[in-house]
Design a protein around this ligand. Structure first.
Ligand code: SF4
Ligand code: SF4
Ligand code: SF4
Length: 200
């Protein structure tokens, strides 16, 4: 009986993950199409290597755009769907409560959705996200590191010299080919997105 319940939970989770995967694919696909206008004259765009980023916070403060062109993305296939999410709750939060004062995100950009016991799903509202990396730090320290930062190419001006790259203490920002403009964690790493391939 217990095994049957687990199987149901696993297949439900798989179903949800596949749905989310598709929606992130579509969302990045849209971004790529929008970004196309800006990058056709350039072979390279700026991007963050999420494995090098040390979540210093400068992505929020040093971009020429306000709010920053850097946003948090969530690799759902890496996420543990935890109730006590290190990217959502402050470390000193009353862990029984997800009241606003317990949330790490300063702009309430993370929405927590109940899936089924004991799983919760965390969605980032990119319009509210300022790229402060607080959730990324929490998720990386106490979770699976599924939350991570990326430069969004529908917002980024593709400056000759990225002002964040200049100050990034871990040298995490570099030029990448415009045909593969994202360095997304998880299984999406292989997806990004073909700005030029789509055009071809
Ligand atoms: S400046 Fe570099 S280390 Fe700091 S949050 Fe941005 S990418 Fe990460
Ligand atoms: S904590 Fe910072 S990086 Fe994370 S979603 Fe909120 S604003 Fe964005
Ligand atoms: S290239 Fe310019 S607009 Fe893009 S992330 Fe860097 S500073 Fe911001």
């Amino acid at each position: 009986m217990e095994m049957e319940t687990n199987n149901k939970a696993n297949s439900r989770r798989k179903f949800i993950q596949n749905g989310v995967r598709l929606s992130l694919l579509l969302s990045l696909g849209t971004v790529s199409a929008a970004a196309l206008k800006r990058v056709t004259t350039d072979d390279y765009v700026w991007q963050i290597d999420p494995f090098k980023c040390t979540q210093c916070g400068r992505c929020a403060t040093d971009c020429v755009m306000t709010p920053s062109a850097v946003k948090c993305l969530h690799a759902f296939d890496l996420c543990g769907y935890c109730d006590l999410c290190g990217g959502y709750l402050k470390p000193d939060a009353n862990q029984q409560s997800t009241a606003a004062e317990n949330q790490l995100c300063p702009t309430a950009a993370i929405e927590r959705r109940f899936i089924e016991e004991p799983y919760f799903e965390y969605h980032i509202d990119k319009d509210l996200c300022i790229g402060c990396s607080k959730c990324v730090k929490g998720c990386t320290s106490f979770g699976n590191g599924s939350m991570h930062l990326q430069i969004m190419h529908d917002i980024c001006l593709n400056c000759n010299e990225c002002s964040i790259a200049r100050v990034c203490p871990s040298d995490a920002i570099s030029r990448v080919k415009a045909s593969k403009p994202y360095m997304v964690k998880g299984s999406f790493t292989s997806i990004p997105q073909t700005v030029n391939e789509e055009k071809a």
